[in-house]
Ligand binder design. Sequence first.
Ligand SMILES: [Cu+2]
Length: 183
Amino acid sequence: MHYSILVLFLILAVISISVFVYVFLTSKSNDNQSTGMANALQKRFWFILILLVILCIFASVTIPKSPYYQFADKQPSKVIHVAAQQFNFIMSNNAIDPKSPVGDAYITVDANELVEFRVTSLDVNHGFAIYDPAFKLIAQTQAMPGYINRLRYQFKEPGLYHILCLEYCGMAHQVMRSYFTVK
Ligand SMILES: [Cu+2]
């Protein structure tokens, strides 16, 4: 997986460099006044065309791998409601009433079950980022007032998972964190 991304990156880098070298070389050889404007337009046309082709290749390879469609056709077996507010995360197995938000003290999910986090905010925008026990970022979404963002994930390894706010939300942003257990 990492290897294929590296290869793809190298191929795209070579293509990009080739385009720049091509444009550089062709523009150098052209100090002839008579063909000036038409030549520039033609060069621009090719430059944009090549850029579009590169963009299309890049988008068609990367977009299907984006996590937004993950588990879209499956039914989650567990729903966890999350209400972010300055400066903590309220998490509950039941829907959270925004007027008197109360969460569960401990959130536990089973390994390999499909979990859906329904994430919203009670004040400003926050980030909802899940880190594995080794503090590696594995999934994230935004917590936005007035919206419920659904984040689905299947945790493979048991352990203590951490939640950190990934969006600067005020003076105590850096202490805004929580956790849950995968067993
Ligand atoms: Cu924050």
